[in-house]
Design a protein around this ligand. Sequence first.
Ligand code: FES
Length: 278
Amino acid sequence: MAQATNVGGHQSGLAATLRKDNWWFEAAWTGIGFLIFAIYTTWAALQGDHYWHGSYLSPFYSPVFFTDPSAAGAAPEAHAWFGLFPDSLKAIWPSFIPLSPAILILIGPLSFRMTCYYYRKFYYRSYFMTPPACAVGGRPQKYKGETAILVFQNIHRYTLYIALTYIVILYYDAIISFSRDGELGIGVGSVILLINPTLLAFYTCGCHAFRHLVGGQLDCFSCSDSAKSRYGIWQKVSNLNSRHMLWAWVSMIWVGLTDLYVRLVSMGVITDLNTWGS
Ligand code: FES
């Protein structure tokens, strides 16, 4: 007599599953890891100080639109795109939020990260549990994709251009970090600042939207020289794309550590090894 075999689906109820592996582990470490990053980033962005040392600029504060040089470890006025904080901005700024240069610019990179396909996957799993893993029961509110309020996730393909612009800006910061008071040199901080946009480029260039940008809407990859070039770039981008999760985490951790390094050097907690001796 034929025996019924269960070949798919999952048991209903939160966390109910037939899986025998540690399916919860990925949801747990990604959820906790990102929470730590979010808490540190929020704290660092609200400080408004110790984001500059010599020629080192924390990536959380780049680009500096306005500065308040009276704050410890703040960027000099010459390095701010629009100089000092204008009185008109101070007048309308809510008193319960510190007026920090980082607050004005962090929405750019955050809008890219938070709408990334990989980040959506992990935070829908870790925080919303819709569901927490494949073949595991989730909360009754099912994942509905990019509908209703979540339709804003579609801005990802546009925030890609913001992310690409940031990479250029952060490379500029890295290059000027090799010069201090007109003297060329090198320090541990300059190397850290140079690695930062490189890791961000690996993450950004592996973006699904970037992959579509370089190789999408082509019916034939070998029909013209330009199509062949795009195919070559698309293959490289696809390599990065296949490790998108890795680059997402490595670049995110590095950007946080870069801020921490600049902060600790600026506060005098650690000494930067460099050729300038300062
Ligand atoms: S899909 Fe992750 S950055 Fe675009």
